[in-house]
Design a protein around this ligand. Structure first.
Ligand SMILES: Nc1ncnc2c1ncn2[C@@H]1O[C@H](COP(=O)(O)OP(=O)(O)OP(=O)(O)O)[C@@H](O)[C@H]1O
Ligand SMILES: [Mg+2]
Length: 588
């Protein structure tokens, strides 16, 4: 009962996804109609050819009517020409519609996943997103252009052939049909085997891709810890499995094809043997016999392809499911509808508690409260994993689902439009992201509103201008491998310059200078003092020397604020912060 229910819902789901797919196909319905109209035409030109041969033999050659033979030859040539033309146009049309549709779906899917929340990406490997946008969509197209439609044409041709054969000679047709049951058994057997082999190929290929990606992402660690031989061993196992799967699919494929070919030959021999008796007994004409041999040949050609096409179709249904179920994921951050007219720069957290989705029993923030006025600097300090980055994430609306209240001026964060919030905030994350583009792009992110002068000023403020100028091409220097092309400190300074150039009234710095030496950090600090006076800023820093001048310091431990105040007050208090500070100071 439960099984049939599941099966039922899967069918329903498939149907729904097919309807969604149709929404894309529908835009090209005129071309689609034309291409579909060509199918019976194509079958007709195909089927007419053996019949014309029969006519030529029986009515022209045997009788010696050369004039008729000429007419039939012309007709035959016409059939071949139209067969060729309609087939070419049809293939082109289906490919064209398929590619156009794929282009639209891919663009929509890209936009869709681009807007999904950080929560979705926490639990989705990037490889999955990549294959949705590339191979899955491609296989959908493949199935459409070469699977589904040609399958229709094949079926129509098969039915047509049987009808024409029956009209020519019911007895010979009966013999032909006798071969069908063993044929179905053979094809089905190999279809199952082939499907298993294809699944194995895809599974191993996916594993191999993932493995290669992971190994080369960590290539430096791998080489330094001398893990190359172990890495090769594991790769060899995957490579061998892949070879086995591919070889078995090739073997089954070859066996299927040659078996069908043999059955084809056997059937032709049978028809000639039996048909000859019929011919001698004047039951059929020579022309019918010749036409039959030709029809049987044409009968077997689509049969050979049908099993492969079914596999492609099954593949496509799986892709359809994967693609449209990704469209079904609505893991967006709830965006309110309120805009911000003018922003003063006040931030307030009121009893905010939060746990990441899937870890509800492990609160990351508990009852966090603070308030910041325009131009103030708040520092968050505390041990690793205490929740500092999470505070910045909530404020940037990367995650929602907290309890308590976060306000920007008097606006409740949840009611604010997402773009409105993001416009107010510039961030330097703990993980640096630079793109494989020019330095200028990496600072402005292509935002035309940021002038070159502004960009250079930002770079100067974080003391990275001189370094950029030393690169060939200066700001136009293209980073070949994103943040891998520069030192950790340099990458960090560039993303720092990005935050400053954006001119947002709120600045969030998460360990923004952790990879920079103390001399550069002191220089940046000096440059920033003026700038920060006009911005409301929250900084997270492990190096407590950098937070001493903050207006307010919150010391976090296990998601709770255990102390707050300015540096002087906290040192006087001689508690958690003072202990951390003294420990670091003693360590220097
Ligand atoms: N995306 C996530 N999904 C689930 N749990 C998370 C996620 N990000 C962080 N956590 C958990 O939340 C807790 C707080 O993480 P957070 O990144 O806020 O700490 P942090 O104070 O910034 O630490 P660090 O100083 O190391 O940067 C940690 O225990 C972490 O394991
Ligand atoms: Mg952090």
């Amino acid at each position: 009962m439960a099984l049939s229910k599941t099966g039922g819902s899967i069918m329903k789901q498939d149907k729904r996804y097919l309807i969604e797919y149709w929404q894309y196909l529908k835009k090209h319905r005129l071309l689609l109609g034309l291409a579909l109209l060509l199918i019976p035409l194509l079958s007709f030109f195909n089927l007419a050819q053996p019949y014309l041969i029969k006519k030529a033999i029986d009515d022209a050659i045997i009788v010696g009517d050369m004039a008729l033979l000429q007419v039939i030859t012309m007709l035959f040539a016409g059939c071949v020409l139209f067969d060729f033309l309609s087939r070419s146009i049809q293939v082109f049309l289906f490919q064209y519609i398929g590619q156009k549709t794929v282009q639209d779906i891919r663009a929509d899917l890209f936009q869709h996943v681009l807007n999904l929340s950080a929560r979705y990406y926490d639990k989705t490997p990037l490889g999955v997103v990549t294959s949705r946008l590339t191979s899955d969509i491609e296989s959908l197209n493949e199935s459409f252009a070469s699977g589904l439609v040609t399958l229709l044409a094949d079926l129509l041709t098969l039915i047509g052939i049987v009808i024409v054969m029956f009209l020519l000679s019911p007895k010979l047709t009966f013999i032909t049909i006798l071969i069908l049951p063993p044929m179905v058994l053979v094809v089905n057997f190999f279809r199952i085997k082939l499907r298993a082999a294809f699944d194995m190929i895809r599974l191993t290929l996916g594993k191999m891709n993932g493995y290669i990606q992971e190994q080369f992402q960590g290539i430096a660690v791998l080489q330094l810890f001398q893990q190359e031989s172990r890495s090769i061993q594991r790769f060899k196992v995957l490579n061998r499995t892949y070879k086995h799967a591919t070889l078995s699919s090739v073997t089954y494929d070859a066996m299927l094809y040659s078996l069908i070919d043999s059955l084809n030959s056997i059937l032709i021999a049978l028809i000639i043997w039996y048909g000859w008796g019929q011919y001698v007994g004047n039951m059929v004409t020579l022309g019918v016999l010749v036409a039959f041999v030709d029809y049987i040949h044409r009968f077997f050609t689509p049969l050979k392809e049908i099993s492969t096409k079914f596999a492609i179709l099954q593949h496509a249904l799986a892709s359809l499911d994967k693609i449209f179920s990704t469209f079904d994921i609505k893991d967006y951050i709830y965006s309110g509808d309120q805009k911000i007219q003018s922003f003063e720069g006040n931030i307030m957290f009121k009893s905010v508690s939060f746990a990441y989705k899937g870890f509800e029993d492990k609160p990351v923030l508990s009852d966090v409260s603070f308030s910041l006025k325009k131009g103030q600097l708040l520092a968050l300090v505390g041990p690793t994993g205490s929740g500092k980055t999470t505070v910045l994430r909530l404020l940037s609306k990367l995650y929602d689902g907290y309890t308590g209240q976060i306000t920007l001026d008097s606006y409740d964060l949840t009611t604010l439009q997402l773009p409105a919030v993001r416009k107010l905030i510039a961030v330097v994350n703990q993980e640096i992201t630079l793109f494989s583009q020019s330095i200028a792009f990496n600072i402005t992110l292509g935002n035309k509103a940021i002038s070159t002068a502004k960009m250079i000023e930002a770079a100067k403020q974080v003391s990275i201008h001189d370094f950029i100028m030393s690169l060939p091409g200066g700001y136009d220097y293209c980073l070949e491998r994103g943040d891998q092309s520069l030192s950790a400190g340099q990458s960090q300074l560039i993303s720092f310059a990005r935050a400053l150039a954006s001119d947002s009234p709120i600045l969030l710095l998460d360990e923004a200078t952790a990879a920079v030496d103390s001399v550069a950090e002191a220089a940046i600090q000096k440059g920033l003092d003026v700038l920060l006076a006009q911005k409301t800023a929250i900084v997270v820093a492990h190096r407590l020397s950098t937070v001493q001048h903050a207006d307010l310091i919150l010391a976090f431990n296990e998601g709770k604020v255990i102390e707050c105040g300015n540096h002087k007050a906290l040192i006087q208090r001689d508690g958690f912060y003072a202990k951390l500070f003294n420990m670091q100071f003693a360590g220097i």
